[in-house]
Design a protein around this ligand. Structure first.
Ligand SMILES: *Cc1c(COP(=O)(O)O)cnc(C)c1O
Length: 382
C-alpha cells in the first residue's frame, strides 16, 4: 500500500467530478479551470487534463510561462494568461496560441509590436479594473484603451476575444457594484465596435453565490480542487455542503516513536511539555514542505484510526504528535489532511489552525513532497 516517506496524493477523478458538478450547478456557456501556481500545488498539467475531462473548455494561469508549459504538455484548449513581466516578449504567447490578458495601454502596444513582428494577430482579452485596485485598465482609461483595441483589431493586429475583471468578495454590496461597473465596461466595448464574445468576472466564490456575476464564463480555481472558497467566513458552506471532494491528501510515514516521562520538553523552545508519561510519534514533514509553523500546537493529524494533536513547534523537516498511551510503529501512515469524509482533517482545518486560508495550505506544499496521481482521465498518463 502507501509507503512513501512524505507525499501529496492527488485524486484526479475528484477534480474531474468537481468540475462536472460545478458546471451543472453554475450552467455558464464556458468554464475556465484555473491552474496557476502549479495547479494550486496539485500539478498544473495533471490538474488541467482532469479539469478538461470534466468539461472545462478554457484554462487560466497568471504567467505566460505557465501557459507555455501547458501547451508543451500537449494541452490544446484555449488558455488565458493575465499577469505580465514588463519585459515580457509577447511573441512567445502569440506563437503558442495563448490569449493575452491586457491591463494597460502599454501592454496593448507591446502585444501589437510582437504581433506585427510575427505577422500574426494576437488574441487578447482586456482586463477592466472594477474595484480591486490591482491590475486591469482603470475606468478613466476604458474609452481610449478600448477604442485603440478596436482600431488595432480592424487593422488585423489583434482579435479582442474577451473582456474580463475580478471581484473582491468583500461584501455582496461591493460585488454588486463591481458587476454594475463591469456591465458598463462591456457596453462601452460594444459601443466602440468590439465584439467581446467572452465576458467573465466570477472566480469560485461568486460563481457559486452570485448568479449575476456569471456572464459567459466562470473561472474556477479553489472549488475545482474540492475546497470551499468560503472558509474564512464562519457562516459559510463547507466542501461537503457544496458537494465537492478535496483532491489532495498530504501524508507521510511515522519516522520514529518514543516514550517520554512527564515533564519532558518537546521540540524547539519546549513550548509543550508532556503533562504525563506519553508516547510521541515523529512525522517527517515540516515548514520546508509547506506545513505552516503557525499551526504549531493547534493542528491535528489522522494516525492509527484516530485524530491526534501536534505538540510543540513544527520544525523545518518534522513535527511531533502526542499519542498518549497509544502506540504506533515506524512506517505507520499519517494523514495531515485529505477528504474529511475519510475522517482525516481537511486543508481548511489546517488553514484555521494557522490563521490563513485553505488556498495557501495546498499551494505552498513544497518541492520535496512528491506528488502521486490517482485515477488519471482515460487515455492519459500522469
Ligand atoms: C486565481 C484567480 C482565479 C481563481 O480564483 P478561485 O478563488 O481560486 O476560484 C480566478 N481569476 C483570477 C483573475 C485569478 O487570479
Amino acid at each position: 500500500m502507501v509507503t512513501a516517506f512524505r507525499e501529496a496524493v492527488v485524486d484526479l477523478a475528484a477534480i474531474t467530478r468537481n468540475v462536472e458538478h460545478l458546471r451543472r450547478a453554475i450552467g455558464t456557456a464556458h468554464t475556465m479551470a484555473v491552474v496557476k501556481a502549479n495547479g494550486y500545488g496539485h500539478g498544473a498539467v495533471q490538474a488541467a487534463r482532469a479539469a478538461v475531462a470534466g468539461g472545462a473548455d478554457w484554462l487560466g494561469v497568471a504567467d505566460i510561462e505557465e501557459a507555455i508549459e501547458l501547451r508543451d504538455a500537449g494541452l490544446t484548449v484555449p488558455i488565458l494568461a493575465w499577469l505580465h513581466d514588463p519585459e515580457t516578449d509577447f511573441a512567445d504567447a502569440i506563437t503558442a496560441g495563448v490569449d493575452i490578458g491586457v491591463s494597460s495601454a502599454d501592454q496593448l502596444r507591446q502585444v501589437t509590436d510582437a504581433a506585427e513582428r510575427l505577422g500574426r494577430p494576437a488574441a487578447v482579452q482586456v482586463k477592466l479594473e472594477t474595484g480591486l485596485s490591482r491590475n486591469g485598465v482603470h475606468e478613466s482609461e476604458w474609452a481610449p484603451v478600448l477604442t485603440r483595441a478596436a482600431e488595432l483589431e480592424q487593422a488585423g493586429h489583434l482579435r479582442v476575444r474577451g473582456v474580463f475583471s475580478h471581484l473582491s468578495n468583500a461584501s455582496p454590496e461591493d460585488d454588486a457594484e463591481a458587476v454594475d461597473r463591469f456591465t458598463r465596461g462591456i457596453a462601452l466595448a460594444r459601443a466602440v465596435g468590439l465584439r467581446p464574445d467572452l465576458t467573465h468576472l466570477a472566480a469560485s466564490a461568486a460563481a457559486l453565490r452570485l448568479p449575476d456575476s456569471r456572464f459567459q464564463m466562470v473561472r474556477l480555481g479553489i472549488a475545482m480542487y474540492g475546497l470551499s472558497p468560503f472558509d474564512s467566513d464562519v457562516t459559510a458552506a463547507t466542501e461537503t455542503d457544496l458537494g465537492l471532494t478535496p483532491a489532495m491528501t498530504l501524508r507521510g510515514c511515522v519516522a520514529a516513536v518514543r516514550r517520554v516521562q512527564a515533564g519532558a520538553g518537546v521540540s524547539y523552545d519546549y513550548t509543550w511539555r508532556a503533562p504525563v508519561d506519553s508516547n510521541l510519534a515523529l512525522v517527517p514533514l515540516g515548514y520546508a514542505d509547506g506545513v505552516p509553523r503557525q499551526a504549531s500546537g493547534r493542528a491535528h493529524v489522522r494516525l492509527g484510526g484516530r485524530t491526534r494533536p501536534l505538540v510543540g513547534r513544527i520544525a523545518m523537516d518534522q513535527f511531533v504528535v502526542d499519542l498518549g498511551d497509544d502506540t504506533a510503529s515506524v512506517g505507520d501512515d499519517v494523514v495531515l489532511f485529505g477528504d474529511p469524509a475519510t475522517g482525516a482533517p481537511g486543508a481548511t482545518d489546517w488553514a484555521r489552525a494557522a490563521g490563513t486560508i485553505n488556498y495557501e495550505i495546498v499551494t505552498r506544499i513544497g518541492n520535496r513532497v512528491p506528488r502521486t496521481y490517482l485515477n488519471p482521465p482515460a487515455g492519459t498518463t500522469p
